[in-house]
Design a protein around this ligand. Structure first.
Ligand SMILES: [Zn+2]
Ligand SMILES: [Zn+2]
Length: 224
């Protein structure tokens, strides 16, 4: 019956942080979170979300607190109930295969909080991670490009992994902010960081190659 034992929030967080293979070090994703305003009290429209990712294993960890389907008469914390005491929601059935999703309800019926935790594994495969972070992998593909066109790329050298990650981050944030959504695959920075070896990764992330009249470009499309 262990699975049916209730737990208070600190215990829930502690269990969430300790996975089988990693003691998560979580970083907040502010853009995807909906945090409570200071001293706010929940009502029937209240929905909070903390979205985060782990610096070590790149898992995505989300905690949601939802009052929209209950009638919170006297939500925690109160004088007698400083913390939610959460019971597993036996009616909840997770739908997403790769995610570890669990749902709890506060044992205080006057509270009505529904708490859902979701842990998603890293979206990048070890192959893609190696492409971005393995110095030997980066050196071999960039050296190839430098030798292919030494005159044009004479100001460039083999980059550190951090530079490769920064380039990808720039492309992604430019695309997601709706700014620059395309870049030429003959671009010097592209060739000497990601390069054509990263085409499959770029496609996985939502970029598409297309033929421009005079050059090959890579554009970003929102995934449907
Ligand atoms: Zn982790
Ligand atoms: Zn509660």
């Amino acid at each position: 019956m262990k699975n049916f034992a209730g737990k208070c929030v600190p215990r829930l967080i502690e269990d969430l942080l300790q996975s089988q293979s990693c003691r998560h070090k979580l970083m907040l994703k502010p853009d995807q979170s909906a945090l409570p305003a200071l001293d706010s009290r929940p009502d029937t429209l209240t929905y909070y979300k903390v979205a985060s990712y782990c610096l070590e294993c790149r898992s995505h960890v989300t905690v949601e607190v939802d009052y929209r389907f209950s009638q919170p008469e006297d939500p925690c914390p109160t004088h007698d109930r400083q913390l939610h005491h959460l019971l597993p929601d036996v009616t909840f059935w997770p739908t997403l295969e790769k995610e570890d999703q669990r749902q709890y309800v506060c044992s205080a019926t006057a509270c009505g909080a529904v708490v859902r935790t979701t842990v998603r594994p890293s979206r990048l495969s070890s192959q893609y991670l190696s492409l971005l972070t393995d110095p030997a992998h980066i050196a071999s593909r960039v050296t190839l490009e430098l030798n292919r066109d030494p005159e044009r790329l004479k100001d460039h050298t083999v980059p550190e992994p951090i530079q490769v990650m920064k380039t990808l981050r720039t492309y992604l944030s430019d695309a997601l902010k709706g700014g620059k959504r395309r870049f030429a695959s003959s671009n010097k920075v592209f060739l000497t960081t990601l390069g054509p070896a990263s085409n499959e990764l770029l496609q996985f992330l939502g970029f598409r190659s297309e033929n421009d009249v005079s050059r090959f470009v890579v554009t970003y499309r929102d995934k449907g």
